[in-house]
Design a protein around this ligand. Structure first.
Ligand code: PLP
Length: 542
C-alpha cells in the first residue's frame, strides 16, 4: 500500500472513531445548538434573505464528490447553507403547522439514540429497545382502551402478538391499520388462501363483490388516498362523505353513501373517524360512527394522529368519546406528544389483529421470536420509541394534560381576538387547538348579507387572492407564520374558500404574539398590490 493510500485509510478509520478537536466548526455548531436550542431557533422563522430558487443553487451538483473532505469544512457548509436557511418550527410565532417546539431533553437523548444506532426490526439489533417499544405501545393502548392490568401482563411482551405498530408517522400508521383490516376481511377461509397469498382479484371473487371501499369524511388526511392506492382498493373507492356545519362527518350523508355502495355491490372495508382533522381540528362523532360500523359489520379505524393526546386531558377527553370502540387508532408522537419527526403509532384493540399482516423470514423474524419487524410495514427502524418513552416518563399524564389544555385555551383566545377584530372573519371555530379565519374588511362583511349570489361569486375569489397574498408575504417576512388551506364553507353555501389556518400547539406562543399575527396581516393588506384587490371588490359592490 502506498503512503497516500495508507493515510487515506487511516483518515477513514478516524471518521468512525475520534471526533475532530472540540473547538472545530462541527463542535461549535453542535455547541450552539445544544447550549440553547430555544434561543438558537426562536429568533426568526426563516432566514429572510434568500429565495428557494437561490438556495437550490447550493444543491445543484449531481455528482458525488470524488475526494473526501474535512468534517469541519462540511460543518461550515451545514451552518451556512442549511441551519441558517431552515424553518424554525420551534419559534412561538410559527403557528401554521403541526410541527412545534420540542422539549429540550429530546436533543441530548436523540444523540444517545443515534450513538446506539439500534435497529428495531429484530431483537438481535435492539435488545432492550424492543421491550421498551412494546411498553410504549402498551402505554398508548392503555390511554385509548383502558384494559386492566392482567390484559397488559398477558400481551405486552407476548412474542406472537403486538398491541400495535410503531412507525415513522401517521401515513404509515393509517396504511398499516387498513392493511390489517383488509387482510382480516379477506383472510384464509376454506379453499381461499387469503388476500395476502392470492391477491385482490381472487379476494373479490371470494367475497362475491365488485370492490372494496373506505368511508371517511371530506376532511380526511391525504395519507388515506395513498393507502387505498397501495392496498389495491383504488382512490375512487375512498368515499369522502360530506360534513356538517361543524366540519364533522354528516351521519345522514354517510348512510346515503353506504346505500350507494350496496347498490353497486361494493363492500365497505372500513369506516374511519377523524379525531382532530388536519385542516380544522374537528372531531367526528366517534360513538355514532362506532354504532354504524357495528351495524354494517366493518372495521372501525380512528385517525387520531393529531387529536389522540387530547385523551390526557380530564377536561377535553370527552370529545373523543367512542374512540375506545375503534378496532384501530393512529396517533402521531411527532405531533402532540412532542417527539421529534419520525414517530407514529397504530394501536389495535385486539392483540390478534396484527397477525393478519404477520411476516416471517428465516434469517430474522423467526416464528416465536419477539422481533417487532414481523408486525410492521417498515423494515429497519430507529429507536424513536425511546424518545416517546422519555416524553411519557418526563412530562407524564399531567404534563401532557397541561399542554393540551393550554393549546385549546389559546385557540379559543385567538378565536375571540379574531371575532372581536372588525376586519377578520372566523371561518371555523376551534374544537381542539386549530382554527381557520380570513381577512374580510368590516364594511364588506356588512354588505355581504345584502349581495346577490352573482356578486358573492365574484367577491369570494378576490378575498381568496387576498388570503393567498397575505399568507405568502407574511411567510416571506419571516416574523410570524400561519398556513392556508381551502375549505367548503357553510357560511357561503358550500363554496370553496381560502382561509388562514392556525395551529396552537407551541406552549411558548403568547397572546401578544397572536395579536401581532393579526396586526401584521392588517399591515400587509395596506400594501398596494393587496389594495388593488380591495379596489376590485369595491367596484363589484358599487
Ligand atoms: C389527521 C392526520 N392523519 C394523518 C396524518 C399523516 O401523518 P404523517 O405526516 O406523520 O405521515 C396527518 C398529518 O398531518 C394528520 O393530520
Amino acid at each position: 500500500m502506498t503512503e497516500t493510500a495508507l493515510a487515506n485509510l487511516q483518515n477513514l478509520y478516524r471518521i468512525f472513531t475520534i471526533p475532530e478537536a472540540p473547538d472545530s466548526t462541527l463542535g461549535a455548531v453542535d455547541h450552539a445548538i445544544s447550549e440553547n436550542v430555544a434561543d438558537f431557533l426562536q429568533k426568526h422563522i426563516v432566514a429572510l434573505e434568500r429565495s428557494l430558487e437561490d438556495i437550490e443553487k447550493d444543491f445543484a451538483a449531481s455528482k458525488i464528490p470524488e475526494e473526501p473532505s474535512f468534517v469541519s469544512d462540511y460543518a461550515e457548509f451545514v451552518k451556512q447553507k442549511l441551519v441558517a436557511q431552515s424553518v424554525h418550527t420551534a419559534a412561538p410565532g410559527f403557528i401554521g403547522h403541526m410541527t412545534s417546539a420540542l422539549p429540550y431533553f429530546m436533543l441530548p437523548l436523540s444523540r444517545i439514540m443515534t450513538a446506539l444506532n439500534q435497529n428495531l426490526v429484530k431483537v438481535e439489533t435492539s435488545k432492550a429497545f424492543t421491550p421498551m417499544e412494546r411498553q410504549v405501545l402498551a402505554m398508548l393502548h392503555h390511554l385509548i382502551y383502558r384494559q386492566d392490568d392482567s390484559f397488559y401482563q398477558q400481551w405486552i411482551h407476548d412474542s406472537q402478538h403486538a398491541l400495535g405498530a410503531f412507525c415513522s408517522g401517521g401515513t404509515i400508521a393509517n396504511t398499516t391499520a387498513l392493511w390489517a383490516a383488509r387482510n382480516q376481511l379477506c383472510g384464509p377461509d376454506g379453499d381461499f388462501a387469503g388476500i395476502a397469498k392470492e391477491g385482490l382479484f381472487k379476494a373479490l371473487q371470494y367475497l362475491n363483490c365488485n370492490g372494496l371501499a373506505i368511508l371517511v369524511s371530506r376532511r380526511a388526511h391525504y395519507s388515506l388516498g395513498k393507502a387505498v392506492d397501495l392496498l389495491g382498493i383504488g382512490r375512487d373507492n375512498l368515499i369522502l362523505v360530506d360534513t356538517d356545519d361543524h366540519s364533522r362527518i354528516d351521519m345522514a350523508a354517510l348512510r346515503v353513501e353506504y346505500k350507494k355502495l350496496c347498490e353497486r355491490n361494493i363492500r365497505p372495508l372500513a369506516l374511519i373517524g377523524i379525531a382532530g382533522t388536519t385542516e380544522t381540528g374537528h372531531v367526528d362523532p366517534l360513538d355514532d360512527l362506532a354504532d354504524f360500523a357495528e351495524e354494517i359489520g366493518c372495521h372501525f379505524h380512528v385517525d387520531a394522529a393529531w387529536g389522540g393526546p387530547t385523551l390526557f386531558s380530564a377536561t377535553h377527553r370527552h370529545l373523543l368519546k367512542g374512540i375506545e370502540r375503534a378496532d384501530s387508532v393512529t396517533i402521531d408522537a411527532h405531533k402532540q406528544l412532542y417527539a421529534p419527526m419520525g414517530a407514529g403509532m397504530v394501536l389495535f384493540k385486539d392483540p390478534h389483529a396484527l397477525t393478519a399482516i404477520e411476516h416471517h423470514a428465516n434469517y430474522i423474524l423467526r416464528h416465536g421470536s419477539k422481533d417487532l419487524g414481523s408486525h410492521t410495514l417498515e423494515g429497519s427502524r430507529p429507536g424513536m420509541a425511546m424518545l416517546v418513552h422519555a416524553g411519557l416518563s418526563i412530562i407524564g399524564r399531567k404534563g401532557y394534560e397541561l399542554l393540551i389544555d393550554l393549546g385549546i385555551a389559546k385557540a379559543r383566545k385567538f378565536a375571540e381576538l379574531i371575532k372581536a377584530h372588525p376586519n377578520f372573519e372566523l371561518m371555523t371555530a376551534p374544537e381542539l387547538n386549530i382554527l381557520t379565519y380570513r381577512y374580510n374588511p368590516a364594511w364588506l362583511q356588512k354588505e355581504m348579507g345584502q349581495l346577490n349570489q352573482q356578486q358573492l361569486q365574484k367577491i369570494n375569489p378576490l378575498l381568496d387572492l387576498i388570503t393567498q397574498e397575505v399568507q405568502k408575504r407574511q411567510r416571506e417576512a419571516g416574523k410570524t407564520f400561519v398556513s392556508r388551506t381551502r375549505l367548503r364553507s357553510s357560511l357561503y353555501h358550500g363554496e370553496q374558500i381560502s382561509v388562514f389556518r392556525s395551529v396552537l400547539a407551541n406552549p411558548l406562543t403568547t397572546e401578544e404574539i397572536l395579536a401581532a399575527v393579526l396586526e401584521e396581516q392588517c399591515a400587509i393588506v395596506k400594501q398596494t398590490e393587496v389594495q388593488n384587490y380591495i379596489e376590485d371588490i369595491k367596484q363589484i359592490v358599487a
